[in-house]
Design a protein around this ligand. Structure first.
Ligand code: ZN
Length: 134
């Protein structure tokens, strides 16, 4: 597969309102605004950093994936997202290699990106997201 760059780093927070101050006031990053992805029960906020971004993730429901992550591991680094040229080809290649996936087919994430997650069991414990943006 063709990985173009690190698209973003996902960080789980209890509250974007409270969590964003470190990234904006201390580090001086720009807050690009928040977006709720209803299907994933999450609100995301992006902070561009050069060619990549920091993504803060706040759960909108106690049973959402980000809430479950925080219950298990606490707040903090949650996933790394790689920008790929062709997510369908990337997923086909991973299936060919018997890599365990969370998403068998791409779904729509924040910003209209097509995304899919690999299972942490297949990656040495890190949640890995593939991301294709047009
Ligand atoms: Zn992400």
């Amino acid at each position: 597969m063709k990985i173009l760059k690190i698209d973003h780093l996902g960080i789980a927070v209890n509250s974007i309102d409270e969590g964003k101050n470190f990234w904006t006031d201390v580090l001086g990053l720009e807050f690009e605004g928040a977006e709720t992805v209803t299907e994933q029960k999450v609100t995301t906020a992006f902070f561009p950093v050069g060619e990549s971004e920091v993504e803060l993730l706040e759960s909108t429901a106690p049973d959402g994936p980000v809430a479950k992550f925080i219950d298990k591991k606490g707040t903090g680094f949650q996933h790394i997202a790689f920008r790929v040229a062709d997510i369908d080809a990337a997923l086909a290649e991973l299936k060919e290699k018997n890599v365990q996936l969370i998403d068998q087919t791409p779904r729509i994430g924040a910003g209209g990106a097509r995304i899919a997650f690999l299972h942490p069991k297949a990656t040495g414990g890190i949640l890995v997201e593939l991301c294709e943006r047009s």
